[in-house]
Design a protein around this ligand. Structure first.
Ligand code: FUC
Length: 781
């Protein structure tokens, strides 16, 4: 294994000391132990910083629960609180300089091309808008003295999606529960105690924006209404109190309760956003409707409906990697101890956390998950917390299909419909082309033109990459109606753009992409490898979809012809897969982006069976890039090493990712609340890790289903249920001593299938609805 003996010994001692400390604390009776639910994050202290707070969300509203004792802070967001306003970002007449840009690049005049593009070809304005914080719900408990508090514990139960805070004070056990309900569209906070009449509170709202007004609304509600500081979005947050016993009153900006048996606070939030071109909504009316629909609903029934809704998605997949004593440590201690101890269950927790975060940040009817999902406490978030499409937005959705959360993919598809409208204008204005194009970023206003700087902003394949998600959704679900009505028109539009856009390379005669870049290095060029892999995959999807739907025969023939002519993958002088047309890769380049390996993952054109030479070259390129990197880069590398079927290498990457974020280091890691660090926090790394763990256990991209293709030595025994494979299969696997014991496949569609485990193979004629069971030798059971 890779951990040196020295490192192992020292860390193990530390690990044992931590466990001993836990036992002593328990004996002294001053600390609550771990929660019963193993799929929990838990701590014995309130959060001191935002990245220690625990996230809940319903795909539209999100909240971070700090768990303060006397003063609880629930920082909240709503997915459409953004700066800016409906806007067209295209640069009129940009297409007029396209030919010159290409000529300059063909002549090797990169700087001239980049300079010219900065004045003629970029988005107006040059930057897109920013996702914003919304506000805080603050809950003071005036009757609690912190010095009298013992047995404090706060936790987030991933299986119920409820965050709790518990402590003891003067012989009374206090409990707080917080959840964000998708069916009810609100955040619910409940304060209760083990004896009657013990709850007293002052609850108030605080805004992240200057222009706000506070008011008391009838029926026990306070409101906070206003407008974002740099834009037109109007918003309103509402807090409603329901107290059992005692009394309460509602002032302009404060709810006060005293001597209550329990208090439920319902937080609702809405904006004026209707869609990217229409901001005429009435946030107050929306909150009225949301809260009116809940009138008379008890806390218990809201909680039950919430848990049922969450579990319908969450429970589809279980992962058991075995548990060790480390599972008894607080979550932040576990992150610290991971390198030295044995804690496979933390990997399972991280896996499920990614699924939890996707359910929270991407639900039908909402916006797609942005760079922070939807959790954000800043009005100047890193990279504006928007949608970066040269890796980040796609990575957010890598776990969606394989971890059985297909519906969570839908907000992305809804956004693609709008991006195709805006992107058609960009295609016309910037390239005089048909179809639609999206460059490396979009925002709430569906900007699709190249932003920031010409050297990395002019990258036309963002929309094409996202469009391949539509095809993947079809491959996993077999949903023909979706293919016909949603996927095909968008895929086709993207392909039409590239049919017009690809240009002949005068030196080699191939069709190439350009001006473009290999994200985000090397500057503006002609013909980055990644673009060609994506466009080949896009054309392949359109041809296959057109055949299935029996449509567009002529277009299919045309695309097939063009596809043949696209620049092929090339192996360079170091045996590497070339990142560019020219053989100019630097083997010492450890850049975080591994764009030219797209064809290995998430694409599938480079495989050990189909293209063994390219597969070996891609592996060499990944070796050159090294292991340590930003959060999402490690997420990508984990998936790539899984495709290279090197489980121990994936585990090594995961071990680099599962460690505390350290000081000023540029490398990724985990914050105490398991949010992944770019750094700072960026949620793609969480999603990349979840997808990578799934990819170790099951792969289905190359016309066969691979069982346990990249199992590391660290996962000796385990069981996974409910993973999805292309073809609509649901797969359960069990292994012992690192060897497959049992596999169960439930078929979603009728189709022939090859199943592989190591060198063993079996062919199955699957019938929709059929169940197929195998032992470790792939013999039918
Ligand atoms: C791309 C990456 C950065 C960062 C940003 C949001 O530009 O290269 O590392 O993740 O997106």
């Amino acid at each position: 294994m890779f951990t040196g003996p020295m490192r192992n010994r020292i860390s193990r001692a530390r690990f044992n000391a931590l466990l001993a400390g836990l036992a002593t604390a328990r004996l002294a009776g001053d600390a609550a132990g771990p929660p019963d639910e193993p799929l929990s994050l838990w701590y014995r202290k309130p959060a001191a910083q935002w990245v220690e707070a625990l996230p809940v969300a319903n795909g539209r509203l999100g909240a971070m629960v700090f768990g303060g004792i006397r003063r609880e802070r629930i920082q909240f967001n709503e997915h459409t609180v953004w700066t800016g306003e409906p806007h067209e970002y295209q640069h009129p007449g940009a297409y007029r300089s396209l030919q010159t840009l290409r000529e300059l690049l063909f002549q090797g005049k990169q700087k001239e091309a980049e300079d010219l593009a900065m004045t003629t070809f970029m988005s107006l304005p040059l930057h897109q808008k920013a996702y914003q914080a919304f506000g805080d719900l603050l809950v003071e408990s005036p009757n609690i003295e912190e010095k009298d508090v013992t047995d404090y514990r706060r936790d987030l139960n991933l299986a119920t999606a409820v965050a709790s805070v518990e402590y003891r004070c003067n012989g009374v056990r206090f409990r707080r529960e917080v959840f964000a309900s998708y069916p009810a569209q609100v955040v619910v906070i409940r304060l209760s105690a083990s004896k009657p009449g013990q709850i007293a509170l002052h609850a108030s709202l605080a805004s992240a924006h200057k222009a706000v007004k506070f008011a008391a609304v009838s029926r026990g509600q306070i409101s906070m209404a206003g407008q974002v500081d740099n834009g037109v979005i109007r918003f309103e947050a509402r807090a409603q109190v329901i107290a059992a016993g005692g009394k309460f009153d509602v002032g302009e900006d404060t709810i006060r309760a005293e001597a209550a048996d329990s208090v439920t606070l319902i937080l609702s939030g809405a904006t004026s956003f209707k869609n990217y071109q229409d901001v005429s909504g009435d946030p107050g009316a929306r909150n009225d409707a949301i809260l009116a629909a809940l009138r008379g609903t008890s806390f218990e029934s809201m909680k039950r409906a919430h848990i049922t809704d969450h579990q319908r998605l969450f429970r589809r997949v279980t992962l058991d990697l075995g548990s060790t004593a480390a599972a008894k440590l607080e979550t932040d201690e576990r992150i610290r101890a991971f390198a030295g101890g044995s804690d496979p269950q933390l990997v399972a927790l991280l896996f499920q956390y990614g699924r939890y975060l996707l359910i929270g940040s991407s639900r039908k009817g909402g916006q797609p998950a942005n760079l922070q999902g939807l959790w954000n406490d800043s009005n100047r978030p890193p990279w504006d917390s928007k949608y970066t499409c040269n890796i980040n937005t796609e990575m957010n959705y890598w776990p969606a299909e394989v971890t059985n959360l297909s519906e969570c993919h839908e907000p992305l598809f809804d956004a693609l419909k709008e991006l195709a409208e805006s992107g058609a204008k960009t295609a016309k204005e910037h390239y005089n082309a048909r179809g639609w194009v999206l460059h490396h970023n979009f925002d709430l206003w569906r900007g699709t033109a190249p932003i920031n700087a010409s050297n990395h902003g002019i990258w036309p394949t963002g929309g094409a990459w996202l469009a391949t998600h539509l095809w993947e959704h079809y491959l996993f679900t077999g949903d023909k109606q979706f293919l016909r009505e949603t996927a095909y028109p968008l895929l086709r539009g993207s392909a039409l753009f590239f049919a017009d856009y690809l240009v002949e390379d005068p030196a080699r005669g191939w069709l190439i992409s350009g001006p473009s870049n290999s994200p985000e290095q090397g500057g503006l060029v002609m013909g980055p490898t990644m673009d060609h892999q994506i466009v080949r995959s896009l054309f392949g999807a359109v041809i296959a979809a057109g055949e299935i739907l029996g449509t567009d025969a002529e277009l299919r023939t045309q695309l097939a012809r063009l596809r043949q002519r696209i620049a092929p993958n090339q192996v360079g002088r170091y045996g590497q897969l070339q990142e560019w047309l020219e053989d100019k890769d630097d083997p010492k380049n450890e850049h975080r982006h591994v764009s030219h390996l797209w064809g290995v993952y998430p694409g599938g054109e480079i495989t050990p069976w189909g293209t063994p030479d390219l597969f070996a070259a891609a592996r060499k390129s990944l070796e050159f890039r090294g292991d340590a990197a930003t959060g999402w880069s490690m997420g990508w590398k984990a998936n790539l090493w899984a495709r290279f079927r090197d489980g121990n290498r994936v585990y090594r990457i995961l071990s680099n990712l599962i460690r505390p974020v350290s000081g000023k280091s540029q490398a990724g890691g985990l914050y105490p609340n398991l949010f992944d660090a770019h750094p700072p926090f960026q949620i793609d790394g969480n999603f990349g890790a979840t997808a990578g763990i799934a990819e170790m256990l099951l792969q289905s991209h190359d016309a066969a289903m691979l069982l346990l293709p990249a199992l590391p030595d660290a996962f000796q025994n385990g069981r996974v249920t409910g993973l999805k494979a292309r073809g609509g299969f649901e797969v359960d696997l069990e292994w012992r001593g690192g060897k497959l014991r049992r596999a169960t496949l439930r078929a979603g569609q009728s189709m022939p299938l090859e199943v592989r485990y190591g060198t063993k193979r079996v062919s199955v004629r699957a019938e929709a609805g059929g169940t197929y069971r195998f032992d470790g030798d792939l013999k039918a059971r």
